[in-house]
Design a protein around this ligand. Structure first.
Ligand code: NAP
Ligand code: FE
Length: 376
């Protein structure tokens, strides 16, 4: 079990069937999902089979959408309270699990307004316990306290986190990712790779987080870019079972690593692409990952660390700088006005100071300009 992470994690094929006691500890469960993934993966029926078998009442809220908004979590929190839930079970990708964390907090803070969730002084009661069942291998949300929420009014993302917003347990079965198509699977893997690389370079790293981040990043590189273990029967996403298992373990490790360190500048810069251009989160981060490596390698502290990453992954700097954004495949044009707007929305994020190379506002502008030229 990783140090510093309070979540009890069970990572195995049949994680739910082997650990039903986590679900059956609930008296009334509020299940949080999107419309499709929880059902398509089989995870929802595995959870409800355990609850039904134990006679535990539950209510299913399946209204989570991608990049969930704080307003929708607030409304679902009211539903969870009205149901009398004592446990929230988040089943799905990062969107569903992040939403579950916020819903658990709103359920116990009846007097809070939606954006109060970002202020610990206004959302004082401890959240309901959350059990996480991931169906994507990307965010590692099951292993960390972050709940990334869209703030409708400002068209941006903010992070709710507290020492109590970690899931109490995570039941992690890689087989649930086998129903995820190619595009989202690649995007999720790029997100986990970004977590691994950005955590590894963070000045907040600990020996534990460094090991976890390094292993996660090199595993994902080997599976996604080198095609290791790709021989044999593949699923709808084009991955073999063993590749899915490796990606799930790596994404979980990267999730543990960012719980310690947070992420670097590709994340806030990428949020703008997600919010304004609809680019899935992992691809949006991947678009900036080459520049992130290139800048960090330009100073001795970053270069020294990155050398360890290249060695562990069996890749060269040039390969990573070129191939990660290529795989992200984010292509469109941005006007100067759009770039100025993007930068002003995320220029105060804490992530910029979270790597050896700290980018300036003007470098943010030139990075958007370089990656998304205006050909008009
Ligand atoms: P997601 O938004 O949770 O899911 C992407 C899509 O895949 C959805 O349409 C979802 O459908 C579908 N889906 C999920 N699992 C599936 C499965 N097994 N089979 C078929 N379809 C499936 O994607 P994500 O990349 O996992 O999460 C992204 C969110 O997490 C963003 O809001 C991002 O900001 C946040 N995030 C959180 C952290 C963290 O540490 N907490 C870190 C990075 C990013 P349904 O919605 O209909 O189920
Ligand atoms: Fe991420």
């Amino acid at each position: 079990m990783p140090k510093n992470i309070p979540t009890e994690m069970y990572i195995s094929k049949n994680a739910i069937a082997e650990n039903p006691e986590h679900l059956t500890a609930a008296k009334r469960a509020f299940i949080v999902t999107g419309k499709h993934g929880a059902k398509a993966s089989g995870a929802l029926s595995d959870v409800t089979a355990v609850l039904d078998g134990a006679g535990i009442p539950y209510s299913v809220f399946d209204g989570v959408t991608e990049n969930p908004s704080v307003g929708s979590a607030y409304r679902a929190g009211n539903e969870a309270r009205a149901f009398g839930a004592d446990t929230v079970i988040g089943i799905g990708g990062g969107s569903a699990i992040d939403a579950a964390k916020a819903i658990a907090a709103f359920a116990e803070n009846e007097l809070a307004f939606p954006e109060d969730i970002f202020d610990p002084a206004l959302c004082v009661n401890l959240p309901l316990p959350v059990i996480a069942v991931p169906t994507t291998a990307g965010t590692g949300s099951e292993a960390n306290p972050y709940s990334i929420l869209s703030v409708d009014s400002a068209r941006k993302k903010r992070t709710f986190k507290s020492p109590y917003s970690y899931p109490i347990s995570a039941l992690v079965d890689y087989r649930y990712t086998r129903s995820l198509g190619r595009d989202y699977s690649v995007s999720c893997a790029l997100d986990a790779l970004a977590h691994g690389i950005e955590s590894f370079l963070s000045p907040k790293s600990t020996p534990y987080s460094e090991d976890a981040a390094l292993e996660a990043a090199s595993e994902i590189w080997k599976v996604l870019f080198c095609g290791e273990d790709g021989e044999g029967e593949t699923d709808v996403g084009g991955f073999t079972e063993i590749q899915r298992e490796r990606l799930m373990r790596a994404s979980n490790l990267a999730g543990c690593a960012i719980a310690v360190t947070g992420t670097g500048f590709p994340h806030p810069l990428g949020y703008n692409l997600t919010m304004e251009k609809g680019v899935p989160h992992g691809r949006a981060c991947g678009a900036f990952e080459g520049e992130y490596i290139r800048l960090n390698i330009s100073i001795p502290e970053g270069a020294k660390k990155l050398e360890r990453l290249f060695c562990a992954a069996g890749a060269s700097a040039e390969e990573m700088i070129k191939r990660i954004p290529e795989m992200a495949e984010v292509h469109f044009e941005l006007t100067d006005d759009e770039i100025a707007d993007f930068v002003s929305r995320t220029e105060n994020a804490a992530n910029y100071a979270n790597s050896p190379y700290v980018i300036s506002r003007s470098e943010m502008v030139s990075m958007y300009r370089k990656l998304f030229p205006d050909n008009s």
